[in-house]
Structures are given as C-alpha cells and as structure tokens.
Design a protein around this ligand. Structure first.
Ligand SMILES: [Zn+2]
Length: 60
C-alpha cells in the first residue's frame, strides 16, 4: 500500500501513483524515497529540510 502525503502549508497532495514527473520523479516513487532536496511543487517548501516536516501522512 502506497501512502499519500499532504503539504500542511498549501494542501498539495503527493500521490505516489502520479508522483511528480515534471520534477523528474517517476510515477510509483514512494514519498519516503523522494530525494532529500525534494520541494513541494506548489509552495516550494523543502519536504525533508532541517527536521521540519511540512508533509503529513494522509490516512486512507
Ligand atoms: Zn506545499
């Protein structure tokens, strides 16, 4: 089961089934496997920087 994550700042939802091909992330990439410098495509918050975690797990 692949989980979706939501950006707390802007509400963008990272869906691994769609992923983020515009940023070169292949569909099927789990959120946990995103590059450490990955940024939210809408608000550009770093997903993993500095211990702050803008993204929260969406419960199904
Ligand atoms: Zn965002």
């Amino acid at each position: 089961m692949s989980h979706r994550y939501r950006c707390r700042i802007c509400g963008y939802i990272y869906n691994p089934a769609i992923s983020d091909p515009k940023e070169g992330i292949a569909p099927g990439t789990l959120f946990e496997r995103l590059p450490q410098n990955y940024r939210c495509p809408d608000c550009h918050a770093y997903a993993f920087a500095g211990g702050r975690k803008p993204f929260e797990l969406l419960e199904n």
